[in-house]
Design a protein around this ligand. Structure first.
Ligand code: SF4
Length: 363
């Protein structure tokens, strides 16, 4: 049973491994790609949790397992207090109605042979919500909610700009009145000016409909603007989770510090220095023992390669998976003075400007 205090989503010890097989006639499993390993987090009602990390860190796989698009290898995913593993196909389909996705690529995610009206009416029909004139009315309502016009219903996806197509993708996700939307890099394929409009549209819709977002992204300016809390992944593991202000002001994990230090600053005398990570990201097929980050960490000690660090409480809701976070300097902080005039700062300003203009701009 769920009440208002029950998290919309609770992920516990989620693991997703992909077997690696060899052989043509007789296939043998010779290893496994550890894409997601022992990941736990919660999302509250109306909250945005950003999942960040380099390409290949497992953040998109986490989103797809939560959506039920691929089975978990282990762990638990609870939606509004109800365990999703073990549900019958019918029950899973009913639950999936409440968890929707917005894809990264608005060009590839819309069927080019369907009109916008057909695209938006399809989930209404699949879930038995509306047909005929009721579906037409809902389509018009959805178009208006995302800042498009009623006449757009008759057009095909190729007749829209990238930003408009992403608005259609958002309308499709909203069609079935979801509680949670997994936003998988929803603006990274768009121009910077359009990104701001789409991000602000997502924020307005969140306020209007009480939505929760799992916002998967690698762009730290977008994440700083939209998220309430941020979870950082490295090589399939969660290494740090904290509310947005704490994470950007006082990152405790060396990997988070390196990610944030990569944000360009205009002042060459700034105390904030870029931390260059040595070496490549290790293969998830054979991740390093102990702390997975130890091969690239400038603070690594013998214990790091022998013992895996657990996520530990650092106070104020911040949790860090590092044996030595208490003694590691937290000098890498993103202060307003450091970023004034930088590309990062200009992009944040663009988001604010778009918010003032309103989110119904026809991007
Ligand atoms: Fe670095 Fe060791 Fe902390 Fe891992 S546990 S982040 S290797 S100091």
């Amino acid at each position: 049973m769920s009440d208002v205090t029950t998290p919309v989503l609770k992920v516990e010890n989620l693991t997703k491994h992909f077997p690696v097989r060899r052989g043509v006639v007789i296939q043998r499993t010779i290893g496994k790609v550890q894409a997601v390993d022992d990941v736990s987090f919660e999302i509250k009602r109306g909250e945005t949790l950003a999942l960040v990390g380099e390409s290949g860190c497992g953040k998109s796989t986490t989103g797809r397992v939560i959506l039920g698009l691929m089975p978990a290898t282990g762990g638990s995913v609870q939606f509004k207090g109800e365990e999703m593993a073990g549900l019958s196909q019918g029950a899973l389909r009913r639950m999936r109605r409440h968890i929707q996705i917005i894809f990264q690529d608005p060009y590839a995610s819309l069927n080019p042979r369907m009109t916008v009206a057909q695209i938006l009416a399809e989930p209404l029909s699949v879930h038995g919500i509306a047909e005929g004139s009721a579906a037409d009315a809902r389509v018009r309502e959805l178009l208006q909610v995302v800042g498009l016009l009623p006449e757009h219903a008759r057009r095909y996806p190729h007749q829209f700009s990238g930003g408009q197509r992403q608005r259609i993708g958002i309308a499709r996700a909203l069609a079935v009145n979801p509680d949670l939307i997994v936003c998988d890099e929803p603006v990274s394929a768009l121009d910077v000016s359009i990104q701001a409009q789409v991000v602000n549209l997502l924020q307005n819709l969140q306020r209007q409909f009480g939505l929760s977002y799992l916002f998967i992204a690698h762009d730290l300016a977008v994440v700083k603007h939209i998220s309430d809390r941020v979870a950082v992944m490295y090589l399939g593991k969660l290494v740090e989770i904290a509310d947005k202000r704490t994470l950007y002001a006082m990152p405790r994990h060396p990997y988070t510090q390196a990610l944030l230090s990569a944000i360009p600053t205009p002042d060459p005398t700034s105390a904030t220095q870029r931390i260059i990570l040595e070496g490549d990201v290790p293969s998830p097929l054979n991740p390093p023992k102990g702390c997975r980050f130890h091969t690239r960490c400038r603070y690594a000690q013998p214990r790091c390669s022998a013992e895996e660090p657990l996520l530990r409480d650092a106070g104020g809701g911040q949790r860090v998976a590092c044996h030595f976070f208490e003694t590691i300097p937290t000098a890498v902080s993103i202060k307003p003075a450091d970023t004034a005039g930088s590309k990062f700062d200009l992009r944040l300003a663009a988001f604010e400007a778009a918010k003032k203009r309103g989110a119904t701009v026809d991007a």
